[in-house]
Design a protein around this ligand. Sequence first.
Ligand SMILES: *Cc1c(COP(=O)(O)O)cnc(C)c1O
Length: 375
Amino acid sequence: MSELVVHDDAIRENTATFARLTRGRLMAVLKADAFGHGAIAHSVLEAGANSIGVTSISEALALRADGVTAPILSWLNTIDADFASAVQAGIALAVPSAAVLFAVASASRATGTQAVIHLHVDAGMARDGCPARDWAALCSLAREQEATGAVRVIGIMGHMSCADSPLNPQNTRERLVFEAAVRTAIRRGLTPRIRHLAATAATLTGVGANFELHRIGAGLFGIDPSDSGTRLRPALTLTARVISSRELPAGAGVGYGLDFVAGQRTNLAVVPLGYGDGIPRDASGRAEVFARGRRRAIVGKISMDMIVVDTGADVLHPNESVTLFGPGDRGEPTVAEWAAWAHTIAHEIVTRVGSRVSRIHRVADTVNASEQDAA
Ligand SMILES: *Cc1c(COP(=O)(O)O)cnc(C)c1O
């Protein structure tokens, strides 16, 4: 049985850290199943977040169904998204284009419920958000819709491309684009109260500071993209149980392609987690796990459903617990190490753990206790 233990206490502590850093202007971004951490909306709201951000209406509706009454903002919706359900559930919507504006306004008219919107400007990363050249026209159209009562523009949002490198001059350019976009909106008759540009990196480095809201995702889960040195706690521990062990003679190979060949006699343990569970295959040949008190190399190619661990002189028992990653305080690998082994970022490691792994929420660090139960 493989388990992803979610350390709710770590997420609460990180949330409180960001509530302090942002002086209470904290939107918790819980997209992608809260970066793979599951049901933690109530925890972050209790710990100091004031609102929640997601990237789809279905995620927002699921939070409402779970009893979340705090403000929710959804961005990145397709033109035929269920805006009617969103406005009826009191979900604020990001509007990056005239097409989305009209779709939201007509949902508002159809339901008789005014839509609350945040206009989204592209500050320079050419991804989501209204291109600067179309911005003034979008503001005018939004003002017209506001005059009909269909929508109310309460916010303006942007997102930064290089905030993890605080000295990059692109940060200043994007901030200027964003500030100009706010001035344009006001000149066109809008009264946005909530300006928000910063995510985790821009908050920790300060390049996106001094607006009314910060959208924080990664940081709540202990990920600091800017290596700012802020004390954040990783919030996941991934464990699995040994299926079987065997002795490997010198000169024998392991796994597809026999990438690993034993230089001397050793012992192997088979652990039932693979790339089908989100363990990055690209980490083959580098990655380690923590078993019976020490680091052990994963040998051979990472398969879809299993990895093979070189346990040296030790013979692990069937059902013995193996830790793939955790906070690192017992010596186990961290998500950051896995990211380096797989040539990716921590965000990708935490969001890709698959559905075969059960999520278990713990308020205190009782992982050791559960390992003792199993032994
Ligand atoms: C994901 C996302 C965030 C949160 O970013 P983090 O770096 O994880 O804090 C904020 N804003 C937008 C537009 C996003 O897509």
